[in-house]
Design a protein around this ligand. Structure first.
Ligand code: SF4
Ligand code: SF4
Length: 113
């Protein structure tokens, strides 16, 4: 029997604006308690000499992420993916997504298990 493909999210955080829409979309879709979500947008600040700083936003799934099984079973995109106007996230089989990792830097591949 062929092995069932495992699914995940490819997160291209280079163009993430830190708008938090993905975090809110997940919270509303599954009515997670206030302050929790299957997605959290992390804000990473790197302080450098001469008053310079780098700010990076990284949308990252939490332990609550169920990869939107109720939506994807119906052929819908995960809520976080469909609401991101910057197109930072892609859902699909890990094998396919991993091939895209080499396409450009600043991407993260995430799997729930
Ligand atoms: S991943 Fe998309 S929706 Fe989420 S904070 Fe970044 S730009 Fe906004
Ligand atoms: S895939 Fe679905 S459950 Fe996971 S973070 Fe995105 S919206 Fe939430």
């Amino acid at each position: 029997m062929p092995k069932k493909p495992q699914y995940g999210l490819l997160i291209d955080y280079e163009y993430c604006t830190g708008c938090y829409t993905c975090q809110v979309a997940c919270q509303q879709e599954y009515r997670w308690p206030e302050g929790t979500s299957g997605m959290r947008v992390l804000e990473i600040v790197q302080e450098l000499p001469k008053g310079r700083a780098y700010l990076t936003f990284l949308p990252f799934p939490t332990e609550l992420c169920i990869l939107c099984a109720p939506r994807t079973k119906k052929g819908l995109e995960p809520a976080c993916v469909s609401h991101c106007m910057a197109g930072c996230m892609k859902f699909g089989p890990l094998e396919e997504l991993s091939k895209e990792l080499g396409r450009k830097p600043r991407m993260v591949l995430w799997s729930p298990r």
